[in-house]
Design a protein around this ligand. Structure first.
Ligand SMILES: Nc1ncnc2c1ncn2[C@@H]1O[C@H](COP(=O)(O)OP(=O)(O)O)[C@@H](O)[C@H]1O
Ligand SMILES: C=C(OP(=O)(O)O)C(=O)O
Ligand SMILES: [K+]
Ligand SMILES: [Mg+2]
Length: 561
């Protein structure tokens, strides 16, 4: 391989005379370039229009989430939210207007959970999100979450819940029970090996301990239990069993991470063009690799990001490998807390967030962030502290589950995530936590390493110069992601050539993704972007912008003309 690579770091004012053109350095580094970069110039949407008296600009191809645009105008650059928000869509939020209300409230990603509902139901939701994006200018990404094949109860004939009282005897069975004539206090279990794996004396925990039973007898496929901690049994509740204080992993540990039903759901997700697939109960990196090659086979060129959910005890010994091969990770604290002692969940959260940051992968903190808001219009003080902790740890995103899927106050819960994020992000900026130097190099090639160093320098420079924004022109999203990893003080405007990359970038901390066609000519890209953004009042003359791109390896500091 041969070729040359130009690395110029220049401070160029681009039509501004306030900042003299001082080349900081202009080294010419020669390293092999695998292939020349080319830009696909895609369709021009509409012709020229007049932006201001006498100024003709191209009113084409600049698409940004309209909520972010409004937030930016209202709050200014610094106070635009950096932490992203994922909302689970459920019966309470599945209508078009309800999804729209969440989008207006700042939802960046809509999640559908294949544990519940039918494929038709999910299809309608996904299409409504797409319609909302197209008609109303949002850029909400869609995440499909697999059911996975850990042990769970049946759907209780679709009753909302059923009460188990102290001392009552219940039967958990793997028999096929005829639902309408199901005997009282009988629960069917999805996993055939269940009755063989449990032993008399084991503790059976429903949803990590919301209800507890002790196994008193086994009769063939029936496991007879006595309730020791009473409570409500919910449809499809998860079951774990414990022996001498440890989680029992017998044959159940061999259950496939992706069940045959999950594969059908994945086909459905590919067909519907979801942006992310979150894989439940990941145990090792292998399953992620398998799924990735499956998706490439089924849908070559697909941009679907694979999110590994950290919620199985088995994943903890393979964390680094799992994170490395995934496109992002979710700390799924709900099921995780049923598989490891609760007091260990916060340290796993901390470890996963740190690892993701090092490995340049986005991380979502999920479950019970605002659990009390399922019923009440305000959160508990402890919940606010938990949200603050996740924002302070600089997770990329926070997730609502039941709060938005079936709670009484989905929009209020979203507003709490938004306001707490803004507040804590501001505190962190004021405390000047600046730790880019702590990050290890993640790149495996010299060329990537140069990009990475450019991004690190850009972020440091933006902070020191108190820049208003970083602009990044990125074809794959990788350069934008490396900037986000540094968690700079100012927002990062990421210009990407396709709406699918734009939506995927929506999960990453501090990125404001735009869809924009751009060329190899950076000067013309910049002039065009400035005109377009000024016409929409998203930037103004005098703003200091630091510009990088993966088109040309350079850093420029520019005052908007
Ligand atoms: N598509 C759906 N259809 C019906 N109910 C749903 C749906 N999605 C979510 N829910 C409800 O919202 C609750 C919270 O959602 P989620 O956290 O995703 O699931 P889980 O509780 O299984 O972890 C679920 O327990 C379920 O009651
Ligand atoms: C997010 C989680 O997964 P699910 O809601 O699908 O159980 C969790 O367990 O925390
Ligand atoms: K799930
Ligand atoms: Mg889970």
């Amino acid at each position: 391989m041969s070729g040359s690579f130009r690395c110029s770091i220049s401070l160029s004012p681009l039509h501004s005379n306030e900042f003299p053109r001082i080349p900081v350095t202009k080294p010419h580094i020669h390293v092999p370039v695998p292939k020349p970069m080319t830009v696909a110039l895609s369709k021009v949407v509409s012709p020229l229009r007049v932006a201001a008296p006498g100024v003709m600009i191209e009113a084409v191809g600049l698409e940004v989430d309209r909520v972010t645009e409004a937030e930016l105008k209202e709050n200014g650059f610094r106070s635009t939210r950096k932490t992203k928000i994922v909302c689970t869509i459920g019966p309470r939020t599945c209508e078009f207007e309800e999804i729209e209300a969440l989008a207006v409230g700042g939802m960046n990603v809509a999640r559908v959970n294949m544990c519940h509902g039918t494929r038709e139901w999910h299809r309608d939701v996904i299409r409504r999100v797409r319609q909302l994006n197209e008609e109303k200018g949002f850029a909400v990404a869609v995440m499909m979450d697999t059911e996975g094949s850990e042990i769970h109860m049946d759907d209780l004939n679709d009753v909302e819940s059923t009460k188990a009282n102290d001392g009552q005897i219940w039967t958990f069975t793997v028999r096929a029970v005829d639902q309408p004539s199901r005997p009282e206090r009988t629960i069917t279990v999805n996993y055939d090996g269940f009755a063989e794996d449990v032993k008399v004396g084991d503790e059976l925990l429903v949803d990590g301990g919301m209800v507890t039973f002790v196994v008193i007898e086994k009769i063939g496929p029936d496991v007879i239990c006595r309730c020791t901690d009473p409570g409500l049994l919910l449809p499809r509740a998860n079951l774990t069993f414990w022996r001498n204080g440890s989680l029992v992993r017998e044959r159940n540990a061999m259950l496939p991470t992706i069940s045959s039903k999950d594969w059908l759901d994945i086909d459905f997700g590919i067909e519907e063009g979801v942006d992310f697939i979150a894989v439940s109960f990941v145990k090792s990196a292998e399953v992620i690799k398998t799924l990735k090659s499956y998706i490439i086979d089924r849908s070559p060129g697909s941009q679907i990001g694979i999110i590994a959910k950290i919620e199985s005890i088995d994943s903890l010994k393979n964390l680094e490998e799992i994170i490395q091969v995934s496109d992002g990770t979710m700390v799924a604290r709900g099921d995780l807390g049923a598989q490891i002692p609760l007091e260990q969940v916060p340290s796993v959260q901390h470890e996963v967030i740190q690892l993701c940051r090092q490995l340049n992968k986005p991380v979502i903190v999920a479950s019970q962030l605002l659990e009390s808001m399922i019923e009440y219009p305000i959160p508990t003080r402890a919940e606010v502290a938990d949200v603050s902790e996740a924002v302070g740890q600089q997770a990329d995103a926070l997730m609502l589950s039941s709060e938005s899927a079936m709670g009484q106050y989905p929009e209020k819960a979203l507003a709490v995530l938004r306001s707490v994020s803004l507040r804590i992000e501001k505190c962190r900026r004021e405390e000047k936590h600046w730790d880019v130097t702590d990050l290890h190099i993640v790149s495996s090639s010299k060329l990537d390493e140069i990009s990475e160093e450019i991004c690190n320098t850009t972020s440091r420079m933006a902070n020191k110069l108190k820049a208003d924004a970083i602009f990044v022109y990125t074809k794959t999203g990788q350069t934008a992601s490396l900037l986000s990893r540094n968690r700079p003080d100012c927002p990062i405007f990421a210009f990407a050539p396709s709406t699918s990359i734009q939506r995927c970038l929506n999960l990453k901390w501090g990125l404001i993704p735009f869809r924009l066609d751009f060329s190899d000519d950076m000067e013309s890209n910049l002039n065009r972007t400035f005109s377009l953004l000024k016409a929409r009042a998203m930037i103004k003359s005098g703003d200091l912008i630091i510009v990088v791109s993966d088109v040309m390896q350079s850093i420029q500091a520019i005052k908007v003309p």
